[in-house]
Design a protein around this ligand. Sequence first.
Ligand code: GLA
Length: 719
Amino acid sequence: MHVLNGNRSSYIIDAAAGGFPVCCHWGGPIASPSNNLADLHLRDRSFFVHSGAGTDRIQPELLPLECSWPGEGDFRQSMVDIRQGGEPLCGFRVSSVRSEAFSAPAQLPGFLRKGDEQNLVIALTDDHTGLVLELRYAMIAEHDAIVRSLVIRNETDRSVSVERAFSARVQLPPGVQDILHLPGAWARERNIERRRPGTGTFSFGSLRGASSHSFSPSAALLADGTGERSGECYGFSLVYSGNFLFSAETDQDGGMNILMGLNPEGFSWNLAPGEVFETPELVMIHADDGLGGLSRRFHRFTRERILPGRWAERARPILLNNWEATYFDFDEEKLGRIIDSASELGIELFVLDDGWFGERNNDTTSLGDWFVNRNKLPGGIEAVARKAHEAGMQFGLWFEPEMVSEESELFRQHPDWCLHIPGRERPEGRNQLVLDLCRGEVRDALFASISEILDTGLIDYVKWDMNRSAAPLYSPAYSDEPMGNCAYRYAAGLYGLFGRFTAAYPDILFEGCSGGGGRFDAGVLAYMPQYWTSDNTDAYDRIAIQEGTSIFYPPVSMGSHVSAVPNHQTGRLSSPAFRFAVAAAGNLGYELDPLSLGVEERLEISWQIAFYRKHRKLIQGGDFYRLEPSGVGEHAWITVARDGSEFMLFWFHPEGAVNRAPSRLRLFGIDSASSYLEEAEGKLYGGDELIHHGLIHNWGDAGGLSLIRYFHAEGERLR
Ligand code: GLA
């Protein structure tokens, strides 16, 4: 038996069942596993097909397989499907088990290795052809995280075609019944959907070339009765930003079988003799302390093992982005006034968004022409950047590197550089085409043209946007291969570019974006430590978007901005305090024209910025708890310092509170033995009191919709 132990969980694998790899246990910790765990009650059942003979007779469908394939009697969805000359390869048996370290996939992002992982590589060899499947496992004990992936080695003398290659398969223990995932759309990303799927298959994924707004590449499976604070759950988050699929198949015996990884639809990979194919890494975390416990493990894992190391602990600047302030309508003089005004408010980073390049005065032209529009900015980007620096701020710039407008110099020079099928219409989205990042020369040209600007040394931040879904997913450059390689090649090409830029410009802060939060996933976060959470900046809507995002992704990865009213997406009015309280729960920014603010608003924003700066370390670095207020429609979160010495409370009542009883909010995650002083009103509370009795707030009296409050421990009784 092979045991991977987390601090509070164990993952135990066995290959005794005739060479089929099976999961004997994934769940709470087992100190010394006995052979009873491998007793899988194998007995012949009607209509089950067996392989082997005599005492070696195995019915694969009875087993909680760690990897599966068609053709030998497992009739559930397969993890791999590999063919040689049309024949399915179907005789895989465990050939070796090694505890050896392995690196991240060569062309894809991986988690940060720190040498403390427990590694396991289970090799399966096809008895007929010699093709090898490697199941890779790394357990990172302090996070109870297992990172899995699959590697296919064609050690045969003929090509094979890989039709399916999920990163992992695992069968969950009985009692796990609910699926929680984060479906959405543009401007309403990552809604929390919890459902009981019943027998059969429930799946979701993307075929858009990006993980997309529609579905997030993450899911949690929850035992009956699991809530925020208690119960068992299992989380999955794919370190990948392209086409993916999550599938949960509840079989005829109630076993829930999970597959996650590359979407098999439209996928096919030709693997020549000697070649290796690597799947994305899948992070799998077990928690015994509820959905909140699962989220905090994902948050810590993401901060410590996914975000680029140099950014994990660095304070993120408070930015002002000019998009909603000016859209395409700006010039050097106007930007200069905005910069001066922003700097007086205490803004730390000024970001110049879309419209500064080529002839871009609307969204019909110029993507791909990454040189400055001198009509708008006669002094070039240099003049604007210097102006920001002189005003004491950093300077950031928007790019959408993956795209080309038909109306652009780049397209005129290289009409074949986009994804397309020769001779057929090229479907546009937002008047643009997707560049063919499968091709090395396209990536090189992009790197060269964008580097010219970054090489000025004046750019401190880049917003990397991506504003359409990819169709067709076809690269004419690879027309000699069977169709189906493009989505993976595109993702690998994209990561290649991310890697080049982040290595060449390690001090530039990159923020990911895709029409807001359309590609918010661990794959992008491995290069870009923060992401523009949504184009919807309405604080009301943002509560749900940020709460959904927080299931798997830490607040420090979320860009969240205060914008003007009426809100540009929804037309809604809301108070500056409410907009700030929501935005301050993530990486604070402003998405408005500072020149349009009155004296009072300016004073309020200066106060907000000073408050956030004072508590930034806590908000960006603390542990995040979703709480359950008593009032209908309310939401509340706290961010607690790791030593319990302070916390920030964010409490929202977006529905309004006419004629309602006061609300009560019981806290958890704080130190019950400490006393906490709430700074604004100078009130002292016992930690035990806040936990067991709770805070009482009368929204009606206060007349507000939000509360942001800082508490710090007083006296000696710290944990
Ligand atoms: C996308 C982004 C926005 C903005 C615009 C510019 O929609 O999400 O924040 O940058 O593009 O065109």
